[in-house]
Design a protein around this ligand. Structure first.
Ligand code: RP5
Length: 161
């Protein structure tokens, strides 16, 4: 069966952040592929990935990049498969550069942009699962259970420990 989610990132150095999306998909039993696809360093790889995304059965693409983060937007321009963008935190500008690069897409080629860093990557996994759950009742049940468990883990009162 085709893997429905593609997790792509601009560099090996992004994997530490992007693995948070992968962890969530593992927890929810969603299969995915992972690839390094750089808008700047491997533009031909980006082109081929976007061109073949629909025919390869991808339903959602999670794209993470940092700095001048063109990967999510370029991927959105190349395929109608929904792209969820993750701004990777950077040393120079703390990821605000990544966020602005990803979020301000012109009309016509949307990127669903998450928060900067690990929380954004985890939420990208959850967002991808939510999209797939629209047509997958078993996944919808697992996602509901995941959300309920998170909610149940929150104490009503703070503790000193
Ligand atoms: C971006 O440049 C990547 O997405 C990464 O976040 C950043 C730095 O890449 P490396 O120099 O660590 O390979 O293209």
């Amino acid at each position: 069966m085709d893997k429905p989610v593609g997790i792509i990132m601009g560099s090996q150095s992004d994997w530490q952040t992007m693995r948070e999306a992968a962890k969530i998909l593992d927890e929810l039993g969603v299969s995915y592929e992972t690839k390094i696809v750089s808008a700047h360093r491997t533009p031909d790889r980006l082109w081929d990935y976007g061109k073949s995304a629909v025919s390869r059965g991808l339903k959602v693409i999670i794209a993470g990049a940092g700095g001048a983060a063109h990967l999510p937007g370029m991927m959105a321009s190349k395929t109608r498969v929904p792209v969820i963008g993750v701004p990777v935190q950077t040393k120079a500008l703390s990821g605000v550069d990544s966020l602005y690069s990803i979020v301000q897409m012109p009309k016509g080629y949307p990127v669903a942009t998450m928060a900067i860093g690990a929380a954004g990557a985890a939420n990208a996994g959850l967002m991808a699962a939510g999209i797939l759950a629209i047509t997958d009742a078993a996944l919808a049940e697992r996602l509901d259970a995941w959300r309920a468990a998170l909610s149940a883990s929150i104490p009503e009162e703070p503790s000193d420990d």
